[in-house]
Design a protein around this ligand. Structure first.
Ligand SMILES: [Fe+2]
Length: 239
């Protein structure tokens, strides 16, 4: 077992490095010089803040929050879990934001040129605050795989992007959630940027039949740990 190398509060045997050459974009954006720690200012640590008033009731239901003239197309799923700290305690009032491709593997974004249909009733973005138990829940559409130009015949496995804000806007975790038994997982340079198998497994949701709703939607559980030995890996990051 590798000796744990810890810089700051992160275990870099689990967290992806800035530079992971099989993931081509990291070659361009990884810092080439040592990072310079900057002291945080009081305003960074205390604001801006957000609250329950900013969250609308449909924000965590991506099957309904962008409906124009019909239902979102695709396989309905429920994604739920808890946000936990290093001791397994719940993190309440954490702002979770997600974004994802539609069922066909296309983002509602102008730079997405994948030749797959857009769904006028699915925007692919949602948000929610964790409750007092650190729990969150989204209803959405299972995203499709999509091609990218990282290497020959490269396809991203189905995934949902997650951003988690803690007590302020500096305590942010950005990562991606994957689906179990996806044959594209072992081929994905983004997931494989996480150097540790256990770390990679923490990014793969678990099918949860107790979360599945009869005649409505399949359930997947995805817990997020924001600190400590079981820290959820970041995605390979921009500097
Ligand atoms: Fe993506």
């Amino acid at each position: 077992m590798m000796k744990s190398e810890v810089r700051g509060s992160l275990d870099w045997t689990v967290q992806p490095p800035f530079l992971h050459p099989p993931y081509g974009s990291t070659v361009k954006r990884a810092p080439q010089k040592p990072l310079i720690p900057l002291a945080h200012t009081l305003s960074e640590l205390t604001g801006p803040v957000y609250g329950a008033d900013n969250i609308q009731p449909l924000d965590n239901d991506l099957t309904r929050n962008a409906v124009k003239n019909g239902e979102a197309i695709g396989e309905r799923i429920i994604v739920a879990g808890r946000v936990l700290d290093e001791a397994g305690r719940p993190v309440p009032n954490a702002l979770l934001e997600i974004w994802q491709a539609n069922a066909c593997g296309r983002y509602f974004h102008q730079v997405d040129r994948h030749d797959a249909p857009l769904d006028p009733n699915f925007l692919g973005a949602g948000r929610v605050l964790t409750d007092k138990n650190g729990a969150y829940r989204f209803t959405t559409i299972r995203p499709g795989a999509y091609p990218w130009r990282n290497h020959e015949n490269a396809w991203r496995p189905a995934h949902i992007h997650f951003s988690v804000f803690g007590v302020n806007f500096l305590s942010r975790l950005v990562t991606q959630m994957y689906f179990p038994a996806d044959p594209l997982l072992p081929l994905d340079p983004v997931l494989n940027g996480v150097p540790d198998e256990q770390g990679r497994q923490r990014l793969v949701s678990v099918y949860d039949h107790s979360l599945t709703q009869p005649e409505w939607a399949l359930g997947y559980r995805f817990d997020i740990v924001v600190a400590g030995a079981r820290h959820t890996p970041f995605e390979t990051r921009e500097a």
